[in-house]
Design a protein around this ligand. Structure first.
Ligand code: HEM
Length: 517
């Protein structure tokens, strides 16, 4: 895709920047046997995340298109069902609800949780599409349980959209992680009295926090301790019945080739997380952008526009000899000089198999001053020059909108209670139908909704060379706001968000200059 595209940019970032200083889902699961709830050992967040994705999806019905991966597993009613025993779902859901944004749904995070776990902990790359929609209510029951017989499991997977061979694959791929807990399944797993496994989780294979084909090799060699294969109670030995249901043909192929197992799992797990209710339109597979601007902020600061941000060079390592520069184009089509950018950081993804090199164009987080732009000339696009090579999305450039930007003339009007005035600078000649603050709020079932708070148009033209006019609004809530506008029927939105806490007191002089002159 062509940058910018707010939703795809956000999905691309959370999908490909798995471990970065500004966040990243891998920080919740590293090291791969890391477990958040309590201080017990033997469990891992990765296993909870993978199981959660399956249990969320397993309500799908291919016939009527209901159910599927839609984060309905977050509802207490689903978690209380016998088919969803254990606190692993709540352990998982708490993280994903906190990470959701207007662009990345809780359900997309459920899918990404599985993908990030598999990719961070030794597994293959699993293609990811975004755009899942969070359910407003629980789905019908439908997750298979270990005491059901083989016919019931075949029928259950068929209802979810998978054949018997695919069922064997999915169960083996999932059960490469984690195990069965004594607390939830005392009839299958005894108390283990193991100081390295205080949660008494009998693992499906000897590498419970790592993706590999040991679940198959140990099964084929007869050394497996998988409690759903060799459990004392044969009624709950569902993996034994499922794995053996085709005379071990599929499991043998997995045991014979780690590569075949990994590639089969990549395909099946992608299909699993793409199993969504009818009507949900997923995006294309999100591939990494080789050159990607990030956290791009443009604000009006007195009589200059200030531009700052980062650019990420995907799949590049640290290189002191690399030169990276930025060039700006203004409204008249004129190119600026090439400003050198400073190396910022190296981030990791895919469990460290891929690194990315980040460069700053004077972001506030990088400590250097922002690039100054004459407001009259404005800015339309950026280009990057890496070791002398022009990077501009095949000539398109990286578009930057300067129509509606935050103005640093925003200030606090009262200390107690804290109140502020947000000034939004609107480029003269743009004539937006509306300008508003955007506030991300949650509805009563935790879905993010964007509340739009309209600003009143300015009657005064202020700021540098009268290129911009200020629209203002009083803010009293302690929240962060991005700025949105409707221009020629299209909605735009700034990346940068602002809160009352970053403002300084309004001075009488500035106020009189703005409103009385
Ligand atoms: C017939 C199908 C399946 C049955 C009967 C089944 C059964 C179970 C049972 C009984 C547990 C133990 C849960 C606990 O101790 O709380 C478990 C754990 C797990 N299952 Fe499955 N499962 C099935 C399919 C799958 C699939 C398709 C996946 C993913 C692709 C999956 C992923 C997992 C994971 C990762 C765990 C470990 C959870 C942890 O250690 O916290 N399962 N499964």
């Amino acid at each position: 895709y062509v940058w910018p595209s707010p939703q795809l940019d956000a999905l691309e970032a959370i999908r490909w920047d798995q471990a970065d200083r500004f966040g990243g889902l891998a920080s919740f699961i590293l090291p791969c046997d890391f477990y958040t709830f309590g201080d017990g050992t033997g469990r891992a967040n990765t296993a909870d995340w993978i199981r959660t994705a399956y249990h969320d999806m397993a309500t799908h019905n291919v016939e009527d298109g209901t159910g599927g991966l839609d984060a309905s597993i977050r509802f207490a009613e689903e978690q209380q069902r016998g088919e969803n025993v254990g606190n692993g779902f709540q352990n998982t859901v708490e993280v994903f609800v906190s990470q959701a944004t207007r662009y990345v749904s809780i359900a997309d995070l459920v899918a990404l949780g599985l993908i990030t776990s598999v990719e961070t902990c030794g597994g293959p790359i699993v293609p990811f599409r975004g755009g899942r929609i969070d359910a407003g209510e629980p789905n019908k029951p439908g997750v298979p349980e270990p005491q059901q017989d083989l016919d019931a499991h075949i029928a259950s997977f068929a209802r979810q959209g998978f054949t018997q061979t695919e069922m064997i694959g999915l169960v083996a791929c999932g059960h490469s992680f984690g195990g069965v807990a004594h607390a939830e399944f005392p009839q299958s797993v005894p108390e283990l009295h193991d100081s390295n496994n205080t949660e008494s989780v009998q693992h499906f294979d000897t590498t419970f926090g790592h993706f590999d084909n040991n679940v198959a090799t140990e099964y084929m060699s007869g050394t497996t301790q998988n409690p759903l294969v060799v459990g004392a109670n044969d009624t709950t030995n569902s993996d034994k019945r499922i794995f053996g249901s085709d005379g071990n043909v599929t499991m043998k192929s997995f045991a014979d080739s780690p590569e075949a197992f990994a590639s089969r799992c990549a395909t099946l797990l992608a299909r699993m997380v793409d199993t969504v209710p009818n009507g949900v339109q997923l995006t294309e597979v999100i591939e990494p952008l080789p050159i990607k601007p990030s956290r791009v902020e443009l604000i009006l600061d007195g009589d200059a526009l200030k531009l700052s941000g980062f650019v990420r060079l995907f799949n590049q390592s640290s290189d002191a000899t690399r030169s990276v520069a930025i060039q700006l184009e203004d409204h008249s089509g004129k190119q600026s000089e090439k400003f050198p950018m400073s190396a910022d950081r190296i981030s990791e993804t895919l469990g460290g198999r891929v690194t990315s090199a980040w460069y700053a164009f004077n972001h506030s987080d990088s400590g250097a001053p922002a690039l100054s732009i004459d407001p009259a000339a404005g800015i339309t696009k950026m280009r990057f020059i890496v070791n002398g090579k022009m990077e501009d999305q095949g000539g398109v450039g990286f578009a930057v909108q300067d129509s509606v930007v935050f103005s640093t003339s925003s200030c606090t009007t009262s200390n107690n209670p804290l109140k502020g005035r947000f000034d939004v600078a609107v480029r003269n000649g743009v004539n937006p139908a509306r300008v508003y603050l955007e506030q991300e709020v949650r509805d009563d079932v935790d879905r993010i909704v964007v509340k739009e708070i309209d600003l009143t148009p300015s009657t005064q033209s202020v700021a540098a060379g009268s290129s911009y006019s200020l629209w203002s609004i009083e803010v009293t809530e302690f929240d962060s706001y991005t700025i949105g506008a409707e221009i020629d029927g299209t909605k735009i939105s700034t990346w940068d968000s602002h809160s009352i806490f970053e403002l300084s007191p309004c001075t009488p002089k500035r106020r009189s200059a703005r409103f009385l002159s």
